[in-house]
Write a new protein. Structure first.
Length: 151
């Protein structure tokens, strides 16, 4: 099996929606699949936001990347920049239409992430952009609960 575009004979419309020229991960070993997913993350807006790379985030947005595009776990670029407390990237994302109430598969919002990590300026920025402090994650915890977890 191969994880290169168009090189898997099973990719010739096998009923799973794979076609020639598409990346074949379904037929690859799980280690290859994880590596491809990691590469997608590193090349995406999420890594730029995580790294606090304002210029790179700006280039992604200028090229039309949706700031609300989730990764495979449901995290958006705003989740990553909020966790790291990068107020400039957070502000850029919010001004570009990022949803301050976006939730991961586990229900975590950017406000949950910033609060848990103690980034007060980011918390205030998110609240100023409509983040709901009463929104709960899948464990029934709000951002205030996340702050108290750190005390």
């Amino acid at each position: 099996m191969s994880a290169y575009p168009g090189s898997c004979s099973s990719c010739q419309r096998d009923g799973e929606g794979h076609g020639a020229g598409e990346l074949c991960c379904v037929h690859a070993a799980s280690g290859v699949r994880e590596t491809v997913e990691e590469m997608d993350f590193q090349r995406g807006i999420w890594a730029a936001a995580l790294d606090g790379d304002t210029d790179r985030v700006r280039r992604f947005i200028a090229k039309g990347t949706d700031p609300n595009q989730p990764d495979r776990f449901g995290y958006t670029a705003l989740h990553y920049s909020s966790r790291n407390g990068n107020i400039l990237v957070c502000s850029l994302l919010l001004d570009s239409g990022a949803d301050s109430n976006a939730q991961t598969h586990g229900g975590s919002t950017p406000l949950h992430r910033a609060a848990y990590c103690g980034h007060i300026k980011v918390v205030q920025l998110l609240l100023d952009h409509g983040a709901d402090p009463a929104r709960m994650d899948s464990d029934g915890r709000t951002a205030l609960h996340k702050v108290s977890d750190q005390s």
